[in-house]
Design a protein around this ligand. Structure first.
Ligand code: AMP
Length: 116
């Protein structure tokens, strides 16, 4: 995986590359996915680098909890009252392509189980 300096999400946080931002606070940023896999597809990311879900440590517990609180708020704001899918891809076999922890918030269609 690329080093954090190459991480495209850091460039979105620093506003060096544009994104359609739906939420920002001191700890996280949320923006529309550039390649949406559902009518609503938002990414929620911490502003500090945690490379994968496997790197989440006890000191990240509050921050990671905050990402879920923000996801629930955005889902409500975007009208996803009938449900949605939250996904975290972890590592190569989990399908992760950007080495910066992110929550996929997807909605506006039905989702099947198990995922591919
Ligand atoms: P993952 O495969 O779980 O690592 O998810 C990475 C996601 O980032 C993919 O769904 C991409 O479409 C999305 N993505 C990559 N570059 C950008 C970008 N510049 N702006 C918004 N989303 C992006």
């Amino acid at each position: 995986m690329a080093m954090p300096a190459d991480n495209i999400f850091l460039k979105i946080i620093s506003k060096d590359i544009p994104a359609k931002i739906v939420h920002e606070d001191d700890r996280c940023l949320a923006f529309h996915d550039i390649g949406p896999k559902a009518p609503v597809h938002v990414l929620i990311i911490p502003k500090t680098v945690i490379r994968t879900a496997a790197d989440i440590a006890p000191e990240h517990a509050e921050l990671v909890g905050h990402l879920f609180v923000v996801a629930a708020r955005i889902a409500q704001q975007l009208g996803l009252s009938d449900g949605y899918r939250l996904v975290v891809n972890c590592g190569d076999r989990g399908g992760q392509t950007v080495p910066h922890l992110h929550l996929h918030l997807m909605g506006g269609r039905d989702f099947s189980w198990p995922p591919g």
